[in-house]
Design a protein. Structure first.
Length: 136
């Protein structure tokens, strides 16, 4: 991946205490044409792991107008599998390119033995129990 950081960014990278919106491909043109008053934009990181094309063209234009939050869905933080180094490298490149104010991912698992599921599976946590729930 060789793309340079977005140039001409005019807004601060910090995410304001405000309401943001999720930016999806069907809304690229409308967002740029109308420039709604929103605090920031959130995009799924994995949708921008490719190096070029229309997704990056529109995200670069949007990033010039709004702070950005990258939210991942595929890091598989809750899996017993080791972290996917390629995924991390792609994410690092995206962070360097767009300089988001926030980066997050789901605490879930979506890989088993190196095979990826097309879903985010919850990490189960023990239920909080009261002293009476143990029959004491």
């Amino acid at each position: 991946m060789t793309a340079a950081p977005v140039t001409g960014v005019r807004v601060a990278g910090a995410i304001p205490v405000s309401t943001g919106i999720g930016l999806r491909a069907p809304h690229y043109r409308e967002l740029l044409a109308t420039r709604p008053t929103v605090g920031f934009l959130e995009v799924h990181s994995e949708n921008y792991f490719g190096d070029g094309g229309a997704p990056h063209y529109y995200l670069e234009r949007a990033r010039e107008q709004y702070p950005l939050s990258l939210h991942g869905v595929g890091l598989s933080l809750g899996s017993a599998d080791p972290l996917n180094r390629r995924h991390l490298a792609n994410l690092k490149h995206l962070i360097e390119r767009y300089q988001p104010g926030l980066v997050s991912d789901h605490l879930c698992w979506n890989s088993v033995d190196g095979r990826y599921l097309n879903d985010r599976c919850r990490c189960l946590t023990p239920k909080k129990r009261s002293p009476t729930s143990y029959g004491a």
